[in-house]
Write a new protein. Structure first.
Lengths: 227, 152
């Protein structure tokens, strides 16, 4: 039965690619009532939870265990990072407004809000690059200590995700400008929006557990050096 | 009855399903090919599977939600600066504020509150799995017992 359903779905796609019963521009009606692409994006986001969970756990394991400086207490600039967090949070607002715009068929506002989201994302990534540069000038690199390694890997991975999101947003802007993003393809904006909101949600966690909750000072005895 | 022969009942159910799906997900209804969608689930089974389609917030409501998120973020930063006065409650309070923000973004911006229950379960499964796995890792490494990092 399931096989037959799949073949029927394939027939719809073959007949009218891009136009579907659900009007998403994605896959046709499925047994779950959710488009395959949207379901795939949610599965992907579920797996991303595990990835970032691993990175955040690693940061926790190494928190406060660096035997050499600089440490988080010495180099964090909380007001600066708070502004970056605010910028990323507001990009989620512009993203959801872009989705609402395409669902209304307002393509001018769609491009406006998508561009605003990409701009805010770029400001965030630019801020992160500046922060990394400052940290390196202060002597913290990925090889300096445990804090440096776990911090740069965690926030660096997040920055890469934001950068990929910006590229996807700009692709949507270009598609819309060329008239290749009709209202029936609002689902495409929705699944990229899901990715963007997820990146925002991950930063909410990182901002709290990495920046705001201070690391305990743990005196670790370094292992004996064998000469 | 063959799988490829849609009955009137199936066709009616399919029409009902399509209208439910198009109401919230797509502003422009696209005609359904009855022959191709003969195998689509009926409305009752979709409802049983947890398909929920509520109205999404308006632009003004989204702006209000973003304002709430901004206020919570400001609150977090404020808590950071008065941490001395909060004692042991400092970290749990920050985690609670972050959880509220996480919940708001997930529910309203990611539409989990309005979308199919399957999606909510998928995402929550990922989060719960991550929490359980890493809690075990912390237990094994002795993070909770304070033995982590001790060199023997």
């Amino acid at each position: 039965m399931a096989t037959t359903t799949t073949s029927a779905d394939d027939e719809i796609l073959d007949e009218s690619p891009g136009e579907t019963p659900a009007g998403h521009g994605l896959s046709p009606v499925t047994n779950t009532g959710v488009s395959n692409e949207k379901l795939a994006m949610w599965c992907f986001l579920g797996s991303e939870c595990l990835l970032f969970g691993a990175l955040i756990s690693t940061y926790f394991l190494y928190r406060g265990r660096s035997v050499t400086g600089p440490t988080s207490h010495q180099i964090y600039d909380i007001p600066y990072t708070s502004i970056s967090s605010f910028v990323l949070l507001m990009s989620s607002l512009t993203m959801v407004l872009a989705l609402a715009a395409i669902q209304r068929g307002d393509h001018r506002r769609l491009r406006l809000w998508l561009s605003a989201t990409a701009l805010l994302g770029t400001i965030f990534v630019g801020g992160q690059v500046y922060e990394f540069t400052e940290f390196i000038h202060e002597g913290l690199t990925v090889k300096t200590n445990l804090f440096g390694s776990s911090f740069f890997v965690l926030t660096g991975f997040h920055g890469v995700h934001v950068t990929i999101g910006i590229m996807m947003l700009l692709t949507l802007v270009i598609m819309s400008a060329r008239g290749r993003l009709p209202q029936s393809k609002a689902g495409l904006v929705e699944i990229i929006g899901l990715y963007w909101h997820f990146v925002d949600v991950v930063w909410i966690v990182i901002f709290t557990v990495v920046y705001l909750i201070p690391a305990p000072v743990v005196h670790v005895t370094p292992p004996l050096q064998i000469r | 009855m063959s799988d490829t022969e849609p009955t009137n009942k199936v066709a009616e159910a399919t029409t009902a399903t399509s209208s439910v799906l198009t109401e919230s997900d797509a502003p422009v209804p696209v005609p359904v090919d009855p022959a191709a969608s003969a195998h689509a689930p009926d409305h009752a089974s979709l409802a049983a599977a947890g398909v929920e389609h509520g109205a999404h917030p308006t632009d003004a409501q989204y702006i209000k939600i973003a304002a709430i998120l901004a206020c919570i973020t400001a609150g977090e930063v404020g808590v950071y600066y008065i941490k001395g006065g909060l004692g042991d409650g400092f970290a749990p309070l920050l985690i609670c504020l972050a959880a509220i923000k996480f919940f708001i973004v997930g529910s309203y911006f990611m539409h989990l509150r309005f979308d199919n229950r399957v999606l909510r379960r998928l995402f929550i499964t990922g989060i719960v799995l991550a929490c359980v796995i890493y809690a075990f890792v912390f237990l094994i490494l002795g993070v909770f017992s304070g033995t982590h990092g001790a060199h023997k």
